[in-house]
Write a protein that binds this ligand. Structure first.
Ligand SMILES: C[S@@+](CC[C@H](N)C(=O)[O-])C[C@H]1O[C@@H](n2cnc3c(N)ncnc32)[C@H](O)[C@@H]1O
Length: 422
């Protein structure tokens, strides 16, 4: 048994206790943890060979029996992976004819290395973050999982964090090298496992994302129209500091009326619109000053300078966004989209036609038609979307929140009769 990224050797010691005849090898890169694993095994009075090495560099002799790969690989995001390791991963994936992703975390590399070290009939079980089931960049891991002989996925309840130090959903994966059998997909909640359903590799690979905790296998999306065939979906405006740029009673007194722009600043604005956002007078207003303050009258300029001094004292000038725009105070609201949608919550997204013609902050996404579409078609579409889009089309985050990234929203299937007239 190989404990990949063994830490203090919890899995290795448990395995050696349970199967005293097995050869147990713990592989850990950190010398202090490797030493702790050795002490752990010695105190537990079991035989574990601890190798202090990078798992990606390990070579294993062939053995006559079955090897089991076990572990909860490190949760290291791509930013912190060395260039050398990235090259190793890209090169090995290419040799397998699989797509690689620059955004893959180190756990993906651990799967790959386990596969490369294994022989047909070997088995494996890793617990990892589950985002690769659902993200676009997870596609390469999903292909690898099928190639490895993935045969089980146990999705953990997102409300129950598995890793103390990472707010992420988790999944327990199982594979048998060389198998092409179906994948059993189930759920894990409060220590109890719930068997779910089985799906073939072909069925899974045909999906743009795999079903998250609690969700069944979705029907293969019909070849019909998608939201993205008619609309470009994009994020709302980032201000860099909402407490400053969303006007309050005090700041509104200092800013000329023409730079106070009613804006969708809260998902509640969309929910309460009930399909059509008609009024702008109840919305909060965003301070959208011009780049050239020379266009202000002298009196206006004195008050705006006072506001900017307060904003600066509040730290608004130091935000990442302010530092990357010129001048730092110019929020630069994007033009109002035709339809707006909430994209984050514990409920399906809510859509509304933007009859008020207001811009949106990044609590919402905007749908802009790629060709002219009549108002009545837009109304029908919004009503259909509000009735038919389910949370399963989004992406589940730790804690159970569901988000729709713009690309996921563009993949929302529309009814075949959704021919939107000009
Ligand atoms: C999430 S911990 C798992 C520890 C152990 N399985 C447990 O549950 O206590 C991941 C371990 O992998 C180790 N690690 C990180 N990168 C590694 C690499 N490239 N090769 C081997 N071990 C690595 C870390 O030091 C850490 O101890």
């Amino acid at each position: 048994m190989i404990d990949a990224g063994a830490g203090t050797g919890r899995y290795a010691v448990a395995a050696a206790r349970r199967w005293p005849d097995a050869e147990v090898i713990a592989i850990e890169k950190d010398p202090v943890l490797a030493a702790a694993a050795r002490i752990h095994a010695s105190v537990a009075n079991v035989k574990v060979r601890v190798i202090c090495s990078d798992y990606l560099d390990v070579q294993l002799p062939r053995i006559p029996g079955v090897t089991a790969f076990v572990g909860n690989p490190p949760y290291v995001r791509h930013h912190d992976i060395s260039e050398g390791a990235k090259r190793w991963y890209g090169d090995r994936m290419a040799r397998l004819g699989l797509p690689s992703s620059l955004l893959a975390g180190l756990h993906v590399y651990f799967f790959l290395q386990s596969f490369l070290l294994s022989r047909p009939g070997d088995v494996g079980c890793f617990v990892t973050a589950a985002e690769w089931l659902e993200t676009n960049y997870g596609e390469s891991m999903r292909s690898l999982f099928c190639r490895m002989g993935g045969d089980s996925l146990l999705r953990a309840d997102p409300e129950q964090p598995i890793f103390d130090d990472a707010l992420t959903t988790s999944v327990v994966t199982g594979w048998t090298t060389g198998s092409n059998g179906p994948v059993r997909i189930g759920d894990f909640q409060l220590g109890v496992t719930h068997p779910g359903f089985a799906a073939t590799h072909e069925q899974l690979l045909a999906l743009p994302k795999w079903p998250a905790y609690g969700n069944p296998l979705p029907p293969v999306a019909p070849a019909g129209p998608k939201l993205g065939d008619y609309f470009r979906v994009s994020r709302g405006q980032v201000t860099g500091c909402n407490p400053v740029w969303v006007a309050n009673a005090d700041s509104a007194k200092l800013i000329p009326e023409r730079y106070l722009v009613p804006c969708v600043c809260d998902a509640q604005d969309i929910i309460e619109a009930n399909g059509v956002l008609r009024r702008s007078d109840q919305l909060k207003r965003v301070i959208d000053l011009p780049a050239d303050l020379g266009e202000l009258t002298r009196g206006e300029r004195v008050r705006v300078d006072e506001f900017l001094a307060t904003a600066e004292a509040f730290g608004a000038r130091d935000s990442y966004i302010s530092q990357h725009r010129t001048p730092w105070w110019r929020v630069g609201l994007k033009s109002p989209p035709a339809i707006i949608m909430s994209y984050m919550g514990r409920r399906p997204p809510v859509f509304a036609r933007n009859a008020a013609g207001v811009p949106i902050l990044n609590i919402a996404h905007g749908l802009v038609p790629t060709a002219p579409i009549s108002v009545s078609s837009q109304n029908r579409l919004v009503a259909w979307l509000n009735q038919n889009v389910s949370v399963a089309a989004g992406r589940t985050y730790g804690g159970g929140l569901v988000k729709f990234e713009p690309r996921e929203a563009m993949r929302i299937p529309l009814p075949p009769q959704a021919v939107l007239e000009e």
